[in-house]
Each structure stands twice: as structure tokens, then as C-alpha cells.
Design a protein around this ligand. Structure first.
Ligand SMILES: *[C@@H]1O[C@H](CO)[C@@H](O)[C@H](O)[C@H]1NC(C)=O
Ligand SMILES: *[C@@H]1O[C@H](CO)[C@@H](O)[C@H](O)[C@H]1NC(C)=O
Length: 695
């Protein structure tokens, strides 16, 4: 068989050699060995191969219970009509998926849903009708369809689901996508989870990569089952790992979550010592338009198993009370999830995860560049020429004059279903299209699926949410220019003091060191990932065993003196007590009028926040948020969950010249994992310029 050098190759090796010879002829012999070494290095490590002739026509073989798609590079076996990927053959290996598990447990689509009342049902997609959508030398596309009707038993999900697989000529991988559809007679339901899961061969894949920084050799599923469960089942202390290097580490799949905006490629690498080669298995998601919760929503990616997930809809880091897809009885619906690309690569180097990861990122860029794809056959997947475009410039109008315009750099601007400001972060049913502005605030949102939207935005470093006041309807081929848009961030007066950075995360606050006996070594020495360790919340009680945190404005440093989460104090014997944090500040004089306190939260879990000003003889209750949030970001090692913003007025009559205090009480204390993460707090004095009410 011809071995073809892959299209992933940046420069073919022959070209590299020409380059080197040519260069040598003009250079002194002195450099000969240097160049030789350089060339062979480049040649060796940059060749990523496909194993066979990549121009072979695509074929489809059908039998009663399965179909096999083959293009000379990859062979994919799909169960019929169930629709699971049961076999994936590549690089001379019979199945990259776990051969020892049940066939319907290797590559599958699953759901968590309920009929609005009653318990959630776990459902694994099971098609009932197979059809060939396209079959020619360049592309095979098959459909596995499940349709609901009212005669089905009540446990069956009321959603028509069409799962598609596509194998293309010359392509080192498999595309797949899903289409949801509901019609008038469908009952009400809630869908919390919809995802695509691959269970990879345990014998082959041990090295996991989810970002440049976050990659490592991983423990095995068996290591987890022999370990000791910590505060909740997902977190396991590895007490009997097969590889002694993992002894004493904590494994938890939530340590490997990624925000939607960054969740474009992740996967696993297999090393073969017999033939000194390495092989990669990658989940590439070129667009997050179909994922729920917008750009900052976090989801699971890869984890011990080895498992690779693609979460299209999930409640993680938001809470199913706040973020699920809810369908009313008779509500019609249609949405396409994907396609995503399962990409495979290999390199003739031992233990070379880097080359494969770099190549997978290149391939991801190519997929992004060809989004929206022009080859999916479903008419519900909207191609580029039927999509629309919106552009504009976001400017900040700043208190107090209302005239000064600030350009906003790297602001997030996006379209999501119409709703209140910030509603995109809990929106799960529509498409979302996000971009970031350039340094002058200009933005263009490309490839928007026709429909009704609101335009939302937020600016890192600036408090609050932007929402454009008019609804936007996108039609096929539209090019809508909105011109200059003005964001008036919440503000009523000059800043007296502030704590933190308004960036929707608690990352800038004090994140303690992990317990040496409870670490994930991957994150040691990585400042940006400190918060991903297990058990950091327990440090609060150690640091503040009897008295709660007191923050002295002008003296304290929030990166050292503001604990990243306000959690209950551990009293031992599984009992916990509420905590009250104090912000102490000096006022040289009090201006008559109304001061404003802004509090932005980065996360809340079954918590409530009560704010008091200068309690004492007569405690002045000023504010109570009510019970909020289920984002569970503390337990799941996220540095943020959902964003909540509050502001309220503090009459000057409550303040004194000299020392004042604001107390923040989180009274719910049933679990050590309950609590609040703050994003940012700001205290403003009464305005000297009248009373703007742009908030
Ligand atoms: C490793 O490579 C050898 C030689 O090509 C092959 O026979 C074997 O199946 C490979 N093993 C694995 C686990 O990939
Ligand atoms: C915990 O409970 C045990 C048994 O009920 C008791 O003996 C012990 O004093 C308790 N410890 C604390 C710190 O309350």
C-alpha cells in the first residue's frame, strides 16, 4: 500500500530537504552539523501520517445490524438502527474504542431529561430507522432516526432525534451531528443533558490533552475503582494506582472542564513502544453556536476511562434549575448540534504527544476555517450563504458626563435568543453566536443562523451586562450594520473603594495551596490553574478557625486577604456554621445622599447573601439576595459559575465619619460545598452630578 504523507503536513519533507541543501550551499561548512541536526529534527517531528492512500473512494457496506464506512484511512462501524459507533479502525488497529465493553457503550449519544414532573430519566439514543442519505466516492452520510409518537410508553423521550455520521474521501476522521425536532402534539419536557461520548480503548490511550498547559499521562479507570472516594463520588484519592507515580493524587473529571469559548479540541494519545509510534484521537468542535450557556459556560471534556465527551447541553457550573432546556406542551422545535469531527493522527516517533497535539490544533483551525461546513446533507444545517452577519462598534459611555466614550477592547459581543440582559448565560435552546471586539470596539458576528435574537455583551474589567435595546431579526444573506452602540456600565457616583476585578471570576482572589496529600500534580506550578485542585475550600476553616475574614480597605490586598470562596466554617462532626465577612473602611467625611454598593458574584451554590451596614446597637439590614444558585462551582473546581449582579443604596444616615463596616453573611451552612464566590465589590459615594439612572 502507498503511504501518503498527510495533508496536515505544513511542509512536505522533500521541500524541507531542498531548503536545507540550498541553504547549505551558501553557508560555511562550519554550520554543516548544526544544519543537519536541525533538518533531521524538523523532518522527524513534523511528519504526521495518514496510514493509507487518502484518495481511495469512500465505501459503505451494509449488513442487518451494522454498517461500515471506509475511506482507506478510517473505517467506522455504526450499529443499525441503534446508531452507536461501535468500531473505529485506523492505523492498523482493529478498534480504537474499548473492545471489551458492550458495543452500545463505546460511542453513544446520551440524555438526561424528565417530563417536568418526576425524576430525571437517563436515556441513551437508540435509533429505529436507518437510511443512507448520500453514498458516492467522495462522501457517505448515514442517518439513524428515532421518532416519538403518543403511543410510545411514557419513558420514551418526546423528541425526534436524527443522528448523522459522515465519512469523506481523504479525511482522517469521522463527522457526526444530531438534529432535534418536536411537533405540536409533543408533551412538555425538560432536557438537562445532551452529549456525545466516546469510550476509548483502555489498553491504548493513557495520555490526555485538553489545552497547551493541561495535558498529562492519566491514571486508569481501575486506579479509580481501587482508590478512596473523597467528599463526593467524582473525587477519588488514588491509593492503589498501577503506576506508583500517581499514588496520593486526586482524580476528578471536573478538574478537566473547559469554557465553551476554548472547547474546540481535546483528546487522547496512544504510544506504541513496539513500533515507536504515537497516535492521537481528537474531538474537534469548530463552532460553539449549538452549545448552551454562551462562551463562559464550562463543560466536561476528557477524563479517566479513557473518555472523551462533547457536551452540547449540560447543567454543569450553572445548575439545572437555572439552565435546562424546557419545552412546553405542543412547543415545536428544531435545532442542529454539530457537526463535530473525530480526528485521528499518527506520527512515527515514540512518545510524541506534542507533534500530534500541534497537528490536532492545526486541524481544528482548518475545521474552524471551513465553518459552516458545506457538506452536511441535512437541509436543517444552514450553509454559509443562507446565514447572516451583524457588525458594529461597542463604546462605553461613562459616568458622570455621559459623553466620554471609551473604546472597549476584547469585549464579548454575541447574539442569543431574546431575553433580559445576561440571559444568554442560562439560555439552552437557541443558537448563540459570539465574537470579541478589536481594540477599537469593532466587531462582526459572522454566519448567524436566521432567526430572532438580542445582542448581548460584556467587557472584561467593566461591571455589568450590555444589551442592545432592539430585537434583531436575521434573514438569509443579511448584512446588518448597527453602527455605534453605547454601553452605560452601572455607576451612580465616584468610587470610594473596590475589591477585585470585574471579570466574572474569583481568580484574582486568594486561592490557597492544595493539601500535599490531595493534589493533582498537573496543576502544581501553574498559577492560572491553581483553583482546579481538590479540597481548597477546607482551607477557610484553617485560616479563620474562630473569627471570620476581615478586609481592611486600603491595607488589605485582595489577592492575599480575600479568600476565593465564602464557605461555611467546618465545626467537625459534619457540622458547619455560617460565616460573616467584614469590609472595614474609613470615611474622612460623609456626603449627604445615597451611597451605592455594587456586588457581583461569580458563583453561588444554595446560598443567600445578607448585607449589613454598620451593625452594632441597631443592626441595619440592608439587603438579602434570597436563596440563589446551584452552579456547584466550588465542588467542581471552577473559579466561577453563573454571574449574579446586585446593587443597592446605602443612605448616608447609616454611615459615620471614621470607621465603617459592611458585613456579608452567607447563612446557609448544611454542606462544606455551599457558598459564594465574589467577582467584584464597589462602593460609590453619592453623585455630585445629579442622579443618572442608567442602571
Ligand atoms: C504496536 O505496533 C506493532 C507493530 O506495528 C503492532 O503490531 C501492534 O498492534 C501495535 N500495538 C498497539 C497496542 O498499538
Ligand atoms: C463529635 O461527636 C462525638 C460522638 O458523638 C463526640 O464525642 C465528640 O466530642 C464530637 N466532637 C466535636 C468536635 O463536636
Amino acid at each position: 500500500m502507498m503511504e501518503k504523507l498527510g495533508v496536515q503536513l505544513q511542509k512536505p519533507p522533500s521541500f524541507l530537504f531542498l531548503q536545507c541543501r540550498k541553504t547549505m550551499s551558501v553557508l560555511q561548512v562550519f554550520f554543516f552539523f548544526f544544519l543537519l541536526a536541525g533538518c533531521s529534527e524538523i523532518t522527524k517531528s513534523s511528519v504526521v501520517r495518514k496510514m493509507e492512500d487518502s484518495h481511495q473512494p469512500v465505501t459503505l457496506q451494509q449488513s442487518d445490524d451494522k454498517v461500515v464506512m471506509y475511506n482507506g484511512i478510517v473505517s467506522a462501524t455504526v450499529s443499525r438502527p441503534d446508531g452507536n459507533l461501535i468500531g473505529l479502525s485506523y492505523n492498523g488497529i482493529d478498534n480504537l474504542l474499548e473492545p471489551l465493553t458492550r458495543a452500545d457503550n463505546r460511542g453513544y449519544w446520551d440524555f438526561s431529561w424528565n417530563p417536568l414532573s418526576g425524576r430525571s430519566n437517563y436515556y441513551r439514543f437508540k435509533g429505529t430507522k436507518f437510511s443512507v442519505i448520500m453514498e458516492n466516492e467522495d462522501q457517505v452520510e448515514v442517518s439513524l432516526l428515532y421518532t416519538w409518537n403518543s403511543s410510545l410508553p411514557s419513558g420514551k423521550i418526546p423528541m425526534n432525534i436524527d443522528i448523522r455520521y459522515i465519512l469523506r474521501r481523504g479525511s482522517s476522521g469521522l463527522y457526526s451531528y444530531a438534529i432535534f425536532e418536536r411537533s405540536e402534539d409533543f408533551p412538555a419536557i425538560r432536557v438537562d443533558v445532551f452529549r456525545l461520548a466516546y469510550k476509548l480503548s483502555q489498553g491504548l490511550f493513557h495520555y490526555m490533552a485538553i489545552t497547551d498547559e493541561r495535558q498529562r499521562e492519566m491514571p486508569t479507570a481501575q486506579d479509580r475503582s481501587k482508590g478512596q472516594t473523597l467528599d463526593y463520588p467524582e473525587a477519588v484519592l488514588l491509593t492503589h494506582p498501577s503506576n506508583p507515580e500517581f499514588f496520593g493524587e486526586v482524580d476528578d473529571k471536573y478538574m478537566y472542564s473547559v469554557e465553551n469559548k476554548d472547547n474546540k479540541v481535546s483528546g487522547w494519545v496512544a504510544f506504541n513502544s513496539t513500533n515507536s509510534s504515537s497516535m492521537g484521537f481528537w474531538m474537534i468542535t469548530p463552532s460553539n453556536e449549538f452549545r448552551n450557556g454562551g462562551p463562559t459556560k464550562q463543560s466536561l471534556t476528557c477524563h479517566v476511562g479513557p473518555v472523551t465527551l462533547n457536551s452540547f447541553v449540560s447543567p454543569h457550573y450553572a445548575g439545572s434549575k437555572d439552565i435546562s432546556m424546557i419545552f412546553k406542551e405542543g412547543e415545536t422545535y428544531k435545532k442542529v448540534f454539530g457537526p463535530t469531527f473525530l480526528y485521528l493522527n499518527t506520527v512515527a516517533n515514540p512518545r510524541d504527544s506534542q507533534t500530534l497535539w500541534d497537528d490536532a490544533k492545526n486541524q481544528m483551525q482548518k475545521e474552524v476555517g471551513s465553518w459552516p461546513y458545506d457538506f452536511p446533507q441535512s437541509k436543517d444545517f444552514i450553509p454559509s450563504n443562507q446565514r447572516g452577519k451583524v457588525s458594529g462598534q461597542l463604546l462605553i459611555r461613562w459616568y458622570p458626563t455621559g459623553v466620554t466614550l471609551f473604546n472597549v477592547s476584547n469585549a464579548y459581543v454575541g447574539l442569543a435568543l431574546p431575553g433580559d440582559e445576561g440571559s444568554w448565560q442560562t439560555e439552552s435552546k437557541g443558537y448563540q453566536f459570539w465574537t470579541q471586539t478589536d481594540s477599537s470596539g469593532f466587531f462582526t458576528i459572522q454566519n448567524v443562523v436566521p432567526g430572532d435574537y438580542n445582542l448581548y455583551g460584556w467587557v472584561p474589567g467593566i461591571l455589568g451586562d450590555y444589551k442592545y435595546e432592539y430585537d434583531i431579526t436575521i434573514k438569509s444573506g443579511d448584512d446588518i450594520q448597527l453602527g455605534q452602540l453605547y454601553y452605560w456600565p452601572p455607576r451612580t457616583g465616584p468610587t470610594v473603594w473596590e475589591i477585585g476585578i470585574p471579570d466574572r471570576s474569583a481568580q484574582e482572589f486568594y486561592v490557597p495551596d492544595p493539601y500535599p496529600s490531595l493534589v493533582n500534580n498537573l496543576y502544581l506550578g501553574k498559577p492560572n490553574d491553581r483553583f482546579r485542585q481538590y479540597g481548597l475550600w477546607k482551607r477557610y476553616t484553617e485560616l479563620y478557625p474562630t473569627n471570620d475574614l476581615v478586609y481592611h480597605v486600603g491595607v488589605s490586598d485582595y489577592s492575599k486577604d480575600w479568600f476565593y470562596a465564602q464557605v461555611p466554617r467546618d465545626l467537625g462532626n459534619s457540622t458547619y456554621s455560617a460565616t460573616t465577612w467584614e469590609i472595614r473602611f474609613e470615611l474622612p467625611f460623609v456626603i449627604r445622599g445615597s451611597y451605592t454598593l455594587h456586588i457581583a458574584l461569580a458563583s453561588t451554590t444554595s446560598s443567600r447573601l445578607i448585607v449589613w451596614v454598620n451593625k452594632g446597637g441597631n443592626r441595619h439590614l440592608r439587603f438579602n439576595t434570597g436563596l440563589r444558585g446551584e452552579d456547584n462551582a466550588i465542588a467542581r473546581h471552577g473559579i466561577h459559575g453563573l454571574y449574579w449582579r446586585y446593587n443597592f443604596q446605602v443612605p448616608s444616615s447609616l454611615l459615620v465619619t471614621g470607621t465603617n463596616s459592611i458585613y456579608l453573611t452567607q447563612p446557609k451552612a448544611k454542606s462544606p460545598l455551599q457558598g459564594i464566590m465574589y467577582d467584584y465589590i464597589r462602593f460609590e459615594s453619592p453623585t455630585l452630578f445629579g442622579s443618572p439612572n442608567h442602571n
